[in-house]
Ligand binder design. Structure first.
Ligand SMILES: *[C@@H]1O[C@H](CO)[C@@H](O)[C@H](O)[C@H]1NC(C)=O
Ligand SMILES: *[C@@H]1O[C@H](CO)[C@@H](O)[C@H](O)[C@H]1NC(C)=O
Ligand SMILES: *[C@@H]1O[C@H](CO)[C@@H](O)[C@H](O)[C@H]1NC(C)=O
Ligand SMILES: [Zn+2]
Length: 439
């Protein structure tokens, strides 16, 4: 009997426990709302934006923001939320994030990438947890808190959720930034995604490097594999490859010597080589081919001079005199409409910087030295228009896991981010100065 009653007690306990845990996991908190947003699979190659956009519209309505979707490309909506300021004539501020994410290889994750599983120590695992669904929800949660405290912004605040950032933003932010709807926002300042820091300072980014795709093609007289002769396609291409490798080393040396950060130099990395005469078993070995080709990924920081680079390519890397041709595909601009390098000053010459910095420090946080992002974000489309933008995702003491397996964010880090945005959003939206976009 004693055993039976003990089992009965355990059984009752287990029911009570499971009721409790299910009620706490279904309760509505900033963390559960973050988890809900993470469970929408918006990974490439086939992100479906319908459900997450509905979710965000519901969230926006529950806190009294107006919502509008704009579709420049079918199935790829841009969601724009607005909190009207008390002086809507002042330039507004924008908080941007992207809806999509890179794919995840489920079998290599310790928790399924779209489960948003939270461990006992508070790690929330999901593709997009760091990049960048965290900020998408933090913007909303901080506004929810500001509203509940009765805060009224002076400037109008917009929040945008854009598709397709991970594949270049061409059907997303690029279209939006070129639209009349965007011009009508009259933006004075914007914030976009940044990156995590394993250390205890917040990272902030004031520029992106701009990618160029460079393809160099060589043509020459073909010849027997045994023959020594000048100016074969392979020989001419190999000369280019050597010169480019030397340039790559000279840039890398600055990084290795600690004179520049990785993102402050011009990187040029070989990504493919194509040559040879195919045979049924591989390549014909006794033949020197008449064509050869090499592809490079170049990344240029904003202070690099695009004309100097083009001259170097034309005269040194791929001169026509060596029977080389080349194409450059520029994936963005290095100069704005006034010919200035595209970067947002991250010092006291820019009033938005001072306000932002003070707002972060007011929460006990510390900013790391402002950085150039090694890769790209949608910010480049805004900076090109002369709009100052900082890239910022408030994640300290967090390993950098964007695009990696087992991407996670800790609940306490997520919650701290909400506090930081409350401070940042209230400070920026209260800024009375600069009535136009000139900084
Ligand atoms: C996207 O998801 C919605 C439901 O969330 C569904 O109705 C729709 O058919 C889906 N679209 C595509 C193209 O799969
Ligand atoms: C370039 O091609 C021309 C025509 O085939 C050839 O005469 C010349 O030697 C080549 N020069 C080099 C440097 O490859
Ligand atoms: C601020 O930063 C800009 C751009 O990086 C630079 O040109 C300028 O000299 C800096 N101004 C001050 C006061 O440090
Ligand atoms: Zn991102």
């Amino acid at each position: 009997m004693a055993v039976a009653s003990l089992l009965w007690t355990l059984f009752l306990f287990s029911i009570i426990f499971s009721l409790q845990s299910s009620s706490s996991s279904s309760s509505d908190t900033p963390i559960t709302r973050f988890q809900q947003y993470l469970r929408f699979n918006t990974a490439h190659p086939n992100p479906n934006y319908t459900a997450p956009v509905s979710f965000l519209i519901n969230q926006a309505q529950s806190i009294g923001l107006t919502a509008k979707t704009i579709e420049f490309v079918s199935g790829k909506p841009i969601l724009l939320l607005t909190w009207l300021g008390s002086n809507p004539n002042l330039p507004s501020i924008l908080f941007n994030s992207h809806l999509d994410s890179v794919p995840a290889e489920s079998e290599k994750w310790i928790h399924p990438p779209f489960s948003a599983h939270k461990t006992n120590d508070g790690h929330i695992y999901a593709r997009g947890a760091q990049d960048d669904k965290c900020i998408g929800v933090q913007y909303l949660e901080s506004i929810r808190n500001l509203k509940s405290r009765g805060f009224v912004p002076l400037r109008t605040i917009h929040i945008s959720y854009v598709p397709e950032e991970e594949i270049g933003g061409f059907d997303g932010m690029m279209e939006f930034a070129a639209s009349s709807e965007f011009r009508d926002l009259n933006l004075g300042f914007a914030m976009d995604e940044g990156q995590a820091n394993p250390g205890d300072e917040f990272r902030v980014f004031y520029a992106d490097r701009i990618p160029w795709n460079l393809v160099i093609k060589a043509e020459g007289i073909p010849g027997h594999g045994a023959k020594l002769y000048d100016n074969s396609a392979m020989e001419n291409l190999m000369k280019s490859v050597e010169l480019i490798s030397k340039f790559r080393e000279s840039q890398f040396d600055f990084v290795k010597a600690g004179k520049a950060a990785n993102s402050e130099v011009i990187s040029v990395n070989p990504v493919y080589l194509k040559a040879g005469t195919p045979s049924t078993t591989g390549f014909v070995m006794n033949m020197q081919p008449s064509e050869a080709e090499a592809g490079y990924d170049l990344r240029l920081p904003p202070m690099a001079d695009p004309d100097v680079m083009k001259k170097r390519i034309a005269e040194e890397w791929a001169p026509s005199i060596r029977n080389l041709t080349y194409t450059i595909i520029e994936k963005g601009k290095l100069r704005d409409h006034l010919g200035r390098p595209i970067m947002t000053p991250a010092n006291d010459s820019n009033p938005w910087w001072s306000i932002f910095k003070q707002a972060v420090e007011a929460t006990g946080g510390k900013l790391a030295k402002p950085e150039i992002l090694a890769s790209t974000t949608d910010s480049r489309f805004l900076r090109t228009l002369g709009i100052p933008v900082f890239g910022f995702s408030p994640m300290t003491n967090t390993p950098i896991l964007l695009h990696d397996h087992n991407e996670f964010l800790k609940d306490t880090v997520f919650m701290k981010g909400i506090e930081v945005y409350e401070s940042v959003i209230s400070a920026l939206s209260s800024f009375e100065g600069v009535s136009d976009q000139v900084i």
